[in-house]
Design a binder for this molecule. Structure first.
Ligand code: PLP
Length: 444
């Protein structure tokens, strides 16, 4: 098999599937983020923390469907909940008790998640929260942080992957750069971009733009910004602007809800007006949710007549998703969160000690059960410093390929998420394989 990357690969069953897929799917992949050269393994099935591919290889899964699986694959309580639910019917245009139970579960974990509306993806949740903030404030502009991913909604995508030559606007602040071709100019004009690690600059931009903003959206441990925590001073600048100018604070917890029992906001002292959720709250089925204090969520309330903001969805609060989500969260209790976060800490420490002992510059960042390898020596504090230098951009795919060759799947930028079926044995395997692959890369 040879594809347009020029790489050769043996004709396995996964390779044959990729050839077949290329004929009917652009690029031979449903999601660009899951594609890597020469082709990804094709899953036949999953079992705990393992993917079994079409060729029968057992691959330790640290990608976990873009970090959305807290319990790996075919987790027996989720399978049982789904088996029970599916026999009762898969979609109703009337409500079911399961949606109440999942909303109650979220509120019990963090009282700030007082009311919830479910939808089908994190992208939809972000879109709904931005619309909600617009409904509350009567304004339409938003602010977001440079290089932070919040799904594929137009405004949320601005400056997701801006390049050094595009970084600064005339005033020396992060420029609003289109991610996708065809982005309407109005989207750029209506999206203010903030620096992730510069509190003074944030405060200055927000002083100027604050009165016209409906919302500031942030993820305080954003993976594209290096998977490092947003500095407290930046968070304080955001909170001050929100209080001063009546801006809605949206915290995107689609990924990072997994970091704490009550999600990530309490860990950073954040009191959001809207929280966006997804991934693990759906137990492996498509899900999104917007949540927040009842006073804010009233913007979606249709009961008193026309809601200020419409939030529909044929498959929203789908009974299968609700059943899987309830089982997922029931088994992601305080003890499970603490155990998995402990394993994450062990992984980061072992990798960092191993790289230091080998005299290598790289470092593993992350928090809780999430991790990301940075192969460079510089301090990583935001999207700009986390963006791989040209040599690193070549090294990372090779490290990724070496890991996969050894039977461990990371995301293409060498980040990952642990799942509850994993234990210390898997953590040691991931760490030692990664250290070996990184040493081999640097010695080559
Ligand atoms: N927000 C964050 C922080 C994400 O990482 C993602 C997806 O990776 C999304 C939103 C969008 O979620 P979805 O892929 O379910 O649309």
């Amino acid at each position: 098999l040879r594809n347009d990357t020029g790489l050769e690969a043996p004709m396995t069953r996964s390779a044959a599937a990729f050839l077949r897929e290329q004929r009917v799917v652009p690029g031979g992949s449903m999601r660009h983020a899951s594609w890597f050269a020469p082709h990804p393994p094709y899953a036949a099935r999953g079992e705990g923390c393992w993917i079994i591919d079409l060729d029968g290889r057992r691959i330790l899964d640290c990608a976990n469907n873009f970090f959305s699986l807290a319990h790996g694959h075919a987790f027996p309580p989720i399978v049982a909940a789904l088996t029970d639910a599916i026999a009762k019917g898969t979609a109703f245009g009337v409500p079911m008790e399961a949606e109440i139970a999942l909303a109650e579960t979220l509120r019990a974990r963090n009282p700030r998640l007082e009311q919830t509306r479910f939808c089908n993806s994190g992208t939809e949740a972000v879109m709904a929260a931005i619309k909600g903030a617009r409904g509350v404030t009567g304004r339409h502009r938003i602010a977001k942080f440079e290089g932070c991913y919040h799904g594929s909604y137009d405004h949320a995508e601005v400056s997701l992957e801006s390049r050094p030559e595009e970084w600064d606007d005339a005033a020396g602040n992060p420029a609003s750069i289109a991610y996708a071709k065809g982005t309407p100019p109005a989207v750029l004009a209506d999206t203010v971009v903030l620096p992730y690690a510069d509190a003074d600059r944030c405060a200055a931009i927000l002083k100027r733009e604050g009165p016209s903003l409906a919302a500031i959206i942030l993820d305080p441990q954003a993976s594209k910004a290096g998977m490092v925590p947003m500095p407290a001073a930046v968070i304080a600048a955001v909170q001050q602007a929100c209080a001063r100018d009546g801006i809605m604070l949206i915290v995107d917890e689609v990924v990072n809800f997994r970091l704490g029992f009550g999600g990530v906001s309490p860990l950073f002292g954040l009191e959001p007006d809207f929280v966006t959720l997804g991934k693990i709250i759906g137990g492996g089925l498509p899900v999104g949710a917007v949540s927040g204090p009842a006073a804010r969520m009233a913007v979606y309330n249709h009961a008193a007549g026309k809601p200020k903001v419409a939030l529909g969805g044929t498959f929203s609060a789908n009974p299968l998703t609700m059943a899987a989500g309830l089982a997922s969260l029931a088994h992601y209790d305080e003890a499970a969160v603490a155990r998995l976060n402990g394993l994450g800490e062990m992984l980061r420490q072992r990798v960092n000690a191993g790289l230091a002992a080998a005299g290598l510059p790289g470092r593993m960042a992350g928090a809780g059960s999430l991790f990301r390898l940075h192969p460079g020596a510089r301090k990583i504090e935001d999207y700009r410093s986390a963006r791989p230098l040209p040599a690193e951009a070549e090294a990372l795919p090779r490290i990724h390929a070496a890991m996969l060759g050894a039977g461990i799947l990371l995301t293409p930028n060498c980040s990952g998420a642990l799942s509850t079926p994993m234990g210390e044995e898997q953590v040691v395997l991931i760490a030692d394989t990664l250290i070996k692959a990184t040493i081999a890369e640097f010695q080559a």
